[in-house]
Ligand binder design. Structure first.
Ligand SMILES: Cc1cc2nc3c(=O)[nH]c(=O)nc-3n(C[C@H](O)[C@H](O)[C@H](O)COP(=O)(O)OP(=O)(O)OC[C@H]3O[C@@H](n4cnc5c(N)ncnc54)[C@H](O)[C@@H]3O)c2cc1C
Length: 256
């Protein structure tokens, strides 16, 4: 069955949540679970849905913004916010799980390194979801650690009989994760410490025959190269979802 993609909108909501746990699932990835009765009705049906996390100033409570014509309006100025992917949502427990790549500069990375049970975190959105329907002959899911939550969600959702290759650049072998899938999946882990990069992989990329869907999310330079390469290979834009998830040297840089 050919695939179709569509976007759906959600009402913009902001929720105040509280950290319940912070676990290092690999040396550079923190898994943080937040909980709140305000998560009632939270939905994230798309594998690459994104929410805007709001980080309170240390020692200060998080304000509650109201939805306005241009997004959320904050009574006392907007706090720092960053975009993340809901990794799992448990509606019964009203718990949302997020995976953070740990790095030392910025707001989200350092916050995740130290987050403790009881800390507050604001969750805005998702404002919409990108849905892929039907089953392509193959899927190619590529990205770095920031895209691992989205790629893992896609692999977990693929049914038996689907074929996928996931190509993920991580710092080193210790960053590899076990991802469950009913599909026939080829996992390729690129280890940056050995000079293996998404950009290098793109140089030799060729695509299988048939209808394919490609997802690519990573640092902006790698994403530009992916767009060029996939275009040169004749891959149709209708079957590509490529997003800048961050940009070297820039805070809160993305194309959403
Ligand atoms: C749709 C979407 C979904 C995303 N989902 C996730 C997710 O689930 N998990 C996740 O970890 N990230 C995710 N990201 C990426 C995340 O939003 C960015 O990495 C963000 O910049 C992190 O904020 P920060 O406050 O830590 O750093 P910033 O204050 O934004 O940046 C500070 C400095 O750190 C650098 N930097 C930013 N991110 C990284 C990084 N990963 N590694 C090394 N240096 C970095 C910047 O270039 C800058 O120089 C997503 C981004 C988008 C657009």
């Amino acid at each position: 069955m050919p695939i179709t993609t569509r976007r759906i909108r959600h009402d913009l909501k902001f929720r105040r949540t509280t950290v319940v746990s912070n676990t290092r699932i690999t040396p550079q990835m923190a898994r943080i679970v937040v909980k709140s009765p305000e998560l009632e009705g939270f939905q994230c049906p798309g594998f690459d849905d994104h929410i805007r996390l709001a980080f309170p100033e240390p020692g200060q409570a998080l304000d509650k913004p109201t939805p306005g014509e241009r997004g959320l309006e904050w009574p006392n100025g907007r706090p720092e916010t960053r975009q993340f992917t809901p990794r799992f949502f448990d509606p019964e427990a009203q718990e949302l799980t997020l995976d953070f790549v740990l790095h030392e500069v910025g707001v989200a990375g350092p916050w995740a390194m130290d987050a403790r049970p009881g800390d507050e975190l604001g969750v805005g959105g998702p404002r919409g979801s990108f849905l892929v329907e039907g089953q392509a002959d193959w899927e190619l899911l590529m990205g770095d650690g920031t895209a691992l939550p989205a790629i893992a969600r896609r692999l977990e959702a693929l049914p038996a009989g689907a074929k996928a290759r996931a190509v993920i650049e991580v710092a080193d072998a210790a960053e590899e994760q076990q991802i469950e899938s009913a599909a026939d999946v080829e996992m390729v882990w690129l280890h940056a410490d050995k000079g293996e990069t998404l950009q290098g992989y793109l140089d030799t990329l060729s695509l299988p025959e048939g209808e394919g869907f490609v997802f690519f999310a990573a640092e902006a330079d790698a994403v530009s190269k992916a767009r060029e390469k996939l275009d040169a290979l004749g891959h149709p834009g209708s079957h590509l979802k490529a997003s800048n998830y961050w940009r070297k040297g820039e805070a809160d840089a993305h194309d959403h």
